[in-house]
Ligand binder design. Structure first.
Ligand SMILES: [Zn+2]
Length: 94
């Protein structure tokens, strides 16, 4: 496993530069900004960065759920990450 550092702000901006100059707002700008804001940045298995060339975080939807399918280049982990607003669990009796 190779430890990855968090990309600098300049490196992160370089990753998301649009392919062509933007002259006016596009209908998907809000979704794009939300995707970039909410996407997982670190592997839940090893903690390596999964943005840029460290892996992938592809968003898809099931009903109202936003799901990020992620893959980590460092450890090979792949899986889905779902953001939840509230989680109700149980604690086993001691
Ligand atoms: Zn990993």
């Amino acid at each position: 496993m190779t430890a990855r550092r968090k990309p600098s702000a300049e490196e992160r901006d370089a990753i998301i530069i649009p392919l062509r100059p933007r002259t006016e707002p596009r209908w998907w700008d809000d979704d794009r900004a939300r995707h970039l804001r909410d996407r997982p940045e670190y592997c839940p298995h090893c903690g390596g960065s999964i943005i840029g060339d460290g892996g992938i975080a592809v968003e898809y939807w099931e009903a109202e759920n936003r799901i990020y399918h992620c893959w980590c280049r460092d450890c090979g982990w792949a899986g889905d990450i779902i953001r939840v607003e509230r989680m109700i669990g149980h604690e086993p009796e001691h």
